[in-house]
Design a protein around this ligand. Structure first.
Ligand code: KG4
Ligand code: ZN
Length: 325
């Protein structure tokens, strides 16, 4: 079964053709990230314009790369939310038009569940139940996952998401956008013990808060004038912030007697995070599933893949569903 997936929740206009939920025949991503750079964050109006101007081209390219035509597609899937409202509207309107015009199934997909699916998109998929962890620019969420459409939230960020904290820390140091990959690289050459930053779970729960550590970095950098060591700041911030996520993930797994963690979202590409998970999980004999690097950030393959699982369970969407911001 061939599903065309469309993703437009933030600054990536993406389309993908996936066969039977795991076989990615094409994955095309056109990002507006460069246009947001000088603002240090995503500007919704710019992101939406980029979607409107590029979506047709991206879809055509995804069909061409897959070696199929629109007539070969059996269903169309799209990100329903959460995300930027104008950005989502572009993708969902386009997907509805395709479904309507071709008379094929239409499946609206949750962006966070799709991020988790990106790590499970393989023949040897993880067994349910598992703990799902989304670490992205918009979310930091731990969930109990009993099926690909049955998620129970265990912990969430109460303020900034972890990716947002990375972006802001890079901005504070004048390092550019997006900050995640920049900090990831800088930290490799820095001393994680050089500066004492603090990040703790909220009220001993599984909820997260990253605005405090971000402000800690701001105060420290400001207090140092131009003299701060960016590598040490990056390493110290990253080590402390990621430690909380690793610890809370382990705690969620132990509390629910689950040995598998499935991770998705842009921050799951982080090299130190992968190392920390490997280290702590080998001690506990726990299993971790990461997406391949190409599927960590926003993409449409995860949308088409998850939609296949839903379709197989008889779940499709009505053409009058709206975006879910
Ligand atoms: O999943 P994503 O593409 O979009 C959302 O759904 O939010 O995540 C984007 C976020 C950005 O904040 C970016 O800085 C972060 O993922 N990111 C990283 C890395 N690569 C991207 N953060 C830490 N280390 C990385 N290597
Ligand atoms: Zn995302």
């Amino acid at each position: 079964m061939l599903i065309l997936g469309i993703e437009t929740s933030c600054d990536e206009t993406a389309a993908s053709v996936v066969k039977d939920g795991v076989d990615i025949l094409s994955s095309v991503i056109s990002s507006s990230v460069r246009q947001h750079r000088r603002f240090g964050g995503v500007i919704p109006e710019i992101a939406t314009r980029h979607h409107v101007e590029n979506i047709d081209r991206v879809i055509e390219r995804s069909l061409r790369d897959a070696g199929v035509t629109m007539r070969d597609i059996n269903a169309v899937a799209v990100t329903q939310g959460p995300g930027l409202v104008g950005a989502l509207v572009t993708g969902i309107s386009c997907a509805k038009a395709i479904a309507c015009g071709l008379g094929i199934g239409f499946i609206a997909v949750d962006h966070l569940k799709a991020h988790v699916y990106s790590a499970a998109m393989r023949e040897d998929a993880p067994q349910f139940p598992f703990i799902g962890l989304v670490i992205s620019g918009g979310h930091t969420r731990l969930s109990l996952v009993e099926d690909f459409d049955r998620f129970t939230t265990l912990g969430d960020t109460l303020d900034d998401a972890i990716g947002e904290a990375y972006d802001k820390v890079a901005k504070i140091m004048g390092m550019g956008y997006p900050g995640g990959p920049i900090i990831d690289n800088l930290a490799k050459k820095g001393n994680p013990k050089a500066v004492k930053f603090t990040c703790r779970p909220v009220n001993n729960s599984l909820d997260f808060s990253f605005s405090g550590i971000k402000t800690g970095v701001l105060y420290y950098v400001t207090s140092q004038g131009a003299k701060f060591n960016a590598r040490d700041v990056a390493a110290s911030f990253q080590e402390e912030a990621l430690k909380v996520i690793v610890k809370s993930s382990l705690r969620a797994m132990k509390e629910h007697n689950i040995d598998t963690l499935v991770i998705g979202g842009g921050v799951s590409a982080n090299s130190r995070f992968r190392e920390m998970i490997r280290e702590s999980f080998s001690l506990e004999k726990f299993k971790a599933y990461f997406p391949p690097l190409a599927l960590c950030s926003d993409n449409a393959a995860m949308v088409a893949g998850l939609a296949y699982r839903m379709y197989k369970k008889g779940i499709t969407s009505s053409l009058d569903v709206s975006v879910a911001v």
